[in-house]
Design a protein around this ligand. Structure first.
Ligand SMILES: O=c1ccn([C@@H]2O[C@H](COP(=O)(O)O)[C@@H](O)[C@H]2O)c(=O)[nH]1
Length: 276
């Protein structure tokens, strides 16, 4: 198979820069006239896939919203993954896992091996047990031509307590994570397969804050677009030239347009055009 970084670059070139989050919040199920039960979850998730997956480069189901229904919810997630892939979207499973190395290997096998029921194109991982703890994820991604999106600068207001702290050489912890990615992606073309999660909300609306070097030659997932306040202007301000490698992720803001399949499709197309 082609490396994830190349598949990601091709998907953005073909379908634009919107990542559709498929997050079945209880409140959204209610808004769609569905019960917050397994049948509601299934109807919601598969309708969202039908409306969005054929039109966006990346879909991002958030695993927690499926896990809350137990094993049968996870079975719905398996269908979301399979049907999104069949519709031509890359699947980025949002799991934010990270643990000691031996456990990370089990997570990597569960989520990155295409033979696994939950096998996805890429996953989100947390480097905050130390970047080296991600080594099993990196090796397994390389083995299966999959990708990783490493939490670097998250969209939540609590993130800076950890991510803006500085190390001995003066770099912020968030920048250290980006620099590890630069090493992993070195020499890859058109893009490496090791990406970062950087919120579309970082730095404040006035552009004040710490400057980062996003030239690590990899994909960037920017959650916080839409519902959390991030705008296309914020993306341009935050990422500069690296904005071309960004997919802007929105979940609630997009899903509120359902349950009509055509309305979901139209909103995805509108946001794609807005993002350019
Ligand atoms: O820094 C981060 C990392 C991940 N997320 C996830 O993205 C979506 C955001 O949903 P919205 O409804 O568009 O706010 C959700 O799945 C989060 O877990 C994030 O928000 N910030």
């Amino acid at each position: 198979m082609t490396a994830f970084g190349a598949r990601y670059a091709a998907a953005l070139a073909e379908r634009g820069r919107l990542c559709a989050g498929i997050d079945p919040h209880a409140s959204l199920l209610h808004d769609w006239g569905l019960d917050d039960d397994l049948a509601g979850l299934e109807r919601f998730a598969l309708t969202a896939v039908e409306g969005l997956a054929p039109h966006v480069p990346v879909v991002k189901p958030q695993s927690a919203f499926y896990e809350r229904f137990g094993s049968r919810g996870v079975a719905v997630l398996e269908r979301v993954i399979a049907e999104s892939k069949a519709a031509g979207a890359l699947v980025l499973l949002d799991i934010k896992r990270g643990d000691i190395g031996s456990t990370s290997q089990a997570y990597a096998d569960a989520y990155l091996d295409p033979a696994s029921p939950l096998g996805s194109d890429a996953v989100t991982v947390s480097p905050y047990l130390g970047f080296g703890s991600l080594t099993p994820f990196v090796a397994t991604a390389e083995k299966h031509d999959a990708g990783l999106f490493v939490l670097a600068l998250t969209s939540n207001k609590e993130g800076p307590e950890v991510q803006h702290a500085t190390v001995e050489d003066g770099r912020s912890v968030g920048q250290v994570m980006l620099d590890h990615l630069r090493r992993l992606n070195d020499g890859e073309s058109p893009l490496g397969s090791f990406g970062a999660v950087v919120g579309a909300t970082i730095g404040g609306a006035d552009g004040a804050g710490v400057a980062y070097d996003f030239g690590f030659n990899g994909p960037i997932l920017a959650p916080g677009f839409g519902e959390q306040g991030g705008t296309p202007a914020d993306l341009a301000r935050i990422f500069g030239p690296a904005n071309a490698n960004v997919v802007a992720s929105t979940s609630r803001g997009l899903l509120r347009k359902g349950p009509d399949v055509a309305a979901l499709r139209d909103e995805a197309r509108r946001l794609r055009d807005v993002l350019g």
